[in-house]
Write a protein of this length. Structure first.
Length: 124
């Protein structure tokens, strides 16, 4: 399974059940490598005009996620906003179990700098 998250500093994931931020250039970047993303209904506003599947459970494939999950992730893609946002939910993935295989910065639509990090799972 491939999981994609957007987070702020301190691994901020959400505040009051809403994502901390969004940026359309992240979605553009994601579609450079993937054609059809699996999403949950609450993320649909980010994917208008794109090919996606609305799902209600996790299986194999690529998933854009806004909540922590309890499932093994083979490839983890994190887009970091590099900003402080208020949060009450943080990404709870132990990155010590992953190897960083790629990272780069790009300019977002609403963020001067977004960092993309791609990790591969390596330890049980």
């Amino acid at each position: 399974m491939i999981a994609v998250y957007m987070i702020g500093n301190n691994d901020a994931l959400s505040f009051n059940n809403r994502r901390v931020s969004s940026d359309k250039n992240i979605i553009d970047d994601l579609y450079k490598n993937y054609e059809n993303i699996n999403i949950f209904k609450r993320s649909e506003d980010l994917f208008k005009g794109r090919k996606y599947n609305i799902v209600d459970s996790l299986d194999d494939g690529i998933y854009f996620l806004e909540d922590n999950i309890d499932k093994k992730i083979d490839t983890l893609i994190i887009y970091r906003f590099n900003r402080d946002y208020p949060y009450d939910n943080r990404l709870n993935i132990d990155l010590e179990k992953y190897s960083l295989i790629d990272t780069y910065d790009f300019r977002g639509n609403s963020h001067d700098k977004i960092t993309k990090e791609v990790f591969e799972y390596e330890k049980d």
